[in-house]
Write a protein that binds this ligand. Structure first.
Ligand code: ADP
Ligand code: ZN
Length: 733
């Protein structure tokens, strides 16, 4: 059958372009569904090969299509779900272009709860306690055990928790072993009340808050840096921006680096607005994610606080985005799509036409430079709230301390610990190293216990009594004999981790109540909430912690902070090592003396003359920032230049080397662009994959993405060798 030209172009116009949440760079063409109009942002079910997939109608109208009309398959149905907002679609486009990730992979982050795309089904769920099933398989046993504990759950939830397929659960329901019960209607999200209580702001807090309120009321895109020392009341100030957005009936999104650590933040939010905000992070249950996602899509969530992934939630009336602790490196996602949530928050707010506020006591140099150049508005809080003073920071020169082997607490720090405890106050010892000892070696032959999958030492953990790799899942029992020389019982633990430090404190201060706080000893939001309660209730004298204690906490009786190894983060030659060390140590130091009692901070260092230590001791952050910026500028490094890392990896080392060389040979030769490498990545073996790295350096205004894309498309890599591109890398592993 021949179709006339005019009909052809009409049909052409009637093509529906659909983006699928799969690792695909392009949209697919479909015929619109029978008798229904679909428009960009609609969620649709479409055929793909012999399965059905849900995707989103994408506005890619001008892309010429190669698929002839006759071969097009039809959209099966439009889902009964609100349209994906334009601002989110534009953000997805932007993230894909910027990071070089396939567009479909970025969409996948915005469709992380497929269940929520269907309207709430009849609210039926299953509980245990029915007749025993005819045949009790292992899988069935697990489902029944799961169903016995906890409340009613849907088929999917039970299947997920028991680790079985949906079918197993359905069979049990059909056999009457699981009973159906009606669920109460879903709880709506409570509305935070901007008038609930207002704090009495200090003069400088009020000036900053008013500037934010004005920005929110203008309902225009703009970036503001809210900078203020630890304890200055930045949270109280940005709460006023949230109140302003709420008054306008708009939505607020607050990004925080680690939501589990924000227990106290919630209390303050409730005190200010009367209710809890919605939350979004990986520990939220499947059902709660479904409820939250759907409510956001329907415009029923006024305030949400979440991890970086909440940037991809379907808000349609954003009034403000806040990025708290904007300098925190956990905003950078390293797997799948390598994006930086702070940068993409700016993209999202520009697309949404609302202001974004970056909050930090130690803003990243990227942000500082943008503020200096007038691209961002800059608000500053100079003083701690109330009568609280910033703590005094003293350097302890460890070259003079002469510590005995196996000890890490200097006499000076030990004396301060004793003094603090006898005054009835609390102390924090900070060491950013989990476990007991970072290295175990054989005293007979010098063999070091190493991970079989990574170029990394195994770390002894006493609380599990095993060796762990901190880069992959590998663990093993502590061997009794050396795998190299077979000597028995000759292992020595080298260096301290927090667990070992706890032993030293126990020996120094036998009466002290110690608490080790690390991400592997205190797991999950409840455990963290509990230890925070115990510290606040003064059931703990000495906290020994990794970076999880550095963030945000407010402990009024904590007056001493001792940093056991202040130099730790400076090793390794990472571009941002000095900046990050300064940020982390300022944040740790900021835990001391936040209330009436003044705080003292001691930094144990072998490099007291290092710029970071000197700046911390003198409290002169601006000088440090100026020096660091000057150094970066002279090297053409970020934030003055741009970087992209290309990691070539695979299980076969020879092929990885060949791949890296092939990439190098086709490297673009453009003025202003330097390609370094290939070199073994610092972790040259990671999770069983060999890794080589090339680094691309370009001037700041050089359009790096088109160049990288063209380069990538030219290269043929050997089989089973993967290329990963990281634009603006933060991790140099
Ligand atoms: P930052 O985030 O700048 O480190 P916070 O917002 O955590 O500082 O404030 C530090 C402490 O001071 C908190 O306990 C907070 O409740 C209190 N605070 C700050 N500003 C005020 C204010 N205007 N009125 C009452 N308490 C305040
Ligand atoms: Zn490993």
């Amino acid at each position: 059958m021949r179709i006339s030209d005019t009909r052809l172009s009409a049909a052409e116009a009637a093509r529906t372009r659909v983006l699928l949440p799969l690792p695909l760079a392009d949209v697919y063409d479909y015929r619109p569904p029978e008798g229904e109009r679909v428009s960009p942002g609609d969620f649709v079910r479409v055929p793909l090969g012999n399965r059905e997939v849900v995707g989103v109608v994408w506005d890619a109208a001008n892309v010429p299509s190669e698929v002839p009309e006759a071969r097009l398959k039809s959209v099966i149905a439009r889902l009964d779900c609100p349209t994906m907002p334009e601002s989110l679609r534009r953000t997805i486009d932007w993230v894909a272009t910027y990071t070089l990730a396939p567009l479909g992979n970025v969409l996948r982050m915005a469709m992380s709860v497929p269940d929520a795309l269907e309207p709430a089904r009849s609210r039926i769920a299953l509980v245990g306690g029915g007749a025993p099933p005819p045949r009790l398989t292992e899988a069935r046993k697990r489902v029944l055990a799961v169903a016995q504990s906890g409340g009613p759950r849907t088929v999917r939830e039970l299947a997920e928790e028991a680790g079985v397929s949906d079918g197993v659960v359905r069979e049990l329901a059909a056999a009457g072993s699981l009973k159906s019960v009606a669920l109460p209607p879903e709880q709506p999200f409570a509305a935070p009340d901007p008038k609930h209580t207002g704090p009495v702001l200090s003069d400088e807090q009020r000036v900053a808050a008013e500037a934010l309120v004005t920005a929110v009321e203008a309902q225009q895109f703009g970036v503001t840096l809210l900078e203020g020392v630890t304890g200055a009341g930045k949270t109280e100030v940005y709460f006023e921006a949230i109140a302003a957005a709420l008054r306008q009936g708009r939505e607020c999104l607050i990004l925080v680096p680690e939501i589990a650590l924000t227990v106290q933040w919630f209390d303050r939010f409730i005190a200010r607005f009367g209710v809890r905000p919605a939350v979004w992070h990986s520990d939220v249950s499947t059902r709660e994610r479904r409820r939250t996602w759907r409510a956001i899509a329907e415009g029923r969530v006024p305030v949400l606080v979440g991890a970086r992934s909440s940037l991809f939630l379907p808000f349609s009336r954003l009034g403000v985005i806040i990025v708290d602790e904007e300098h925190d490196s956990s905003f950078k996602q390293e797997e799948m799509v390598t994006y930086h949530a702070r940068d993409m928050a700016i993209v999202r707010s520009r697309a949404a036409g609302c202001p974004v506020v970056l909050v930090s006591a130690t803003p990243s140099l990227e942000t500082v430079l943008n503020a200096q150049r007038g691209r961002y508005r800059h608000l500053q809080l100079q003083a701690r709230h109330g009568d609280a003073q910033l703590p005094a920071i003293t350097l302890l020169d460890m070259r003079r301390e002469g510590l005995p082997a196996g000890r890490w607490i200097s006499a000076a720090l030990a004396a301060e610990l004793k003094r603090t405890l006898s005054a009835g106050e609390q102390a924090l010892l900070f060491l950013n190293r989990r476990g007991y000892a970072p290295l175990t070696l054989c005293r007979a032959c010098g063999h070091r216990l190493q991970c079989p999958n990574c170029q990394a030492w195994l770390v002894e953990h006493r609380h599990t009594n095993r060796l762990h790799c901190h880069h992959c899942d590998f663990t093993s029992a502590v061997p009794t004999e050396c795998p190299s020389c077979h000597a028995e019982g000759r292992f020595a633990a080298c260096g301290p981790g927090v667990e070992r430090l706890a032993e030293e404190v126990a020996a120094l201060l036998p009466e002290a109540r110690c608490l080790v706080m690390a991400s592997d000893t205190i797991v999950g939001p409840e455990a963290i909430a509990d230890v925070i309660r115990r510290i606040t209730a003064r059931e703990v004298d000495v906290i020994i912690g990794t970076q999880i204690v550095a963030k945000g906490h407010h402990f009024p009786f904590l007056t001493l902070v001792g940093v056991v190894d202040a130099d730790l983060g400076l090793a390794g030659g990472d571009l941002r090592a000095a900046e990050r060390t300064f940020q982390l140590l300022s944040q740790v130091a900021g835990r001391a003396g936040r209330a009436e009692r003044p705080g003292q901070v001691y930094l144990q260092t072998y490099m007291p003359d290092h710029g970071v230590m000197a700046a911390l001791a003198s409290g002169d952050r601006s000088r440090f920032v100026a020096q660091e910026l000057a150094a970066r500028q002279s090297q053409g490094m970020p934030p003055f230049g741009r970087l992209a890392a290309l990691i070539v990896s695979g299980e076969n080392e020879a092929r990885v080397d060949r791949g890296a060389l092939a990439l190098r040979q086709l490297a673009p030769r453009e003025p202003g662009v330097t390609v370094l490498g290939p070199a073994p990545a610092p972790l040259a073996l990671l999770r069983g994959r060999h890794r080589r790295r090339l680094l691309v350096k370009a001037s700041r205004d050089f359009p790096i993405q088109p160049m990288l894309r063209a380069w990538r498309d030219r290269v043929r890599l050997p089989a089973a060798v993967r290329l990963q591109i990281d634009v603006d890398p933060y991790s140099f592993l």
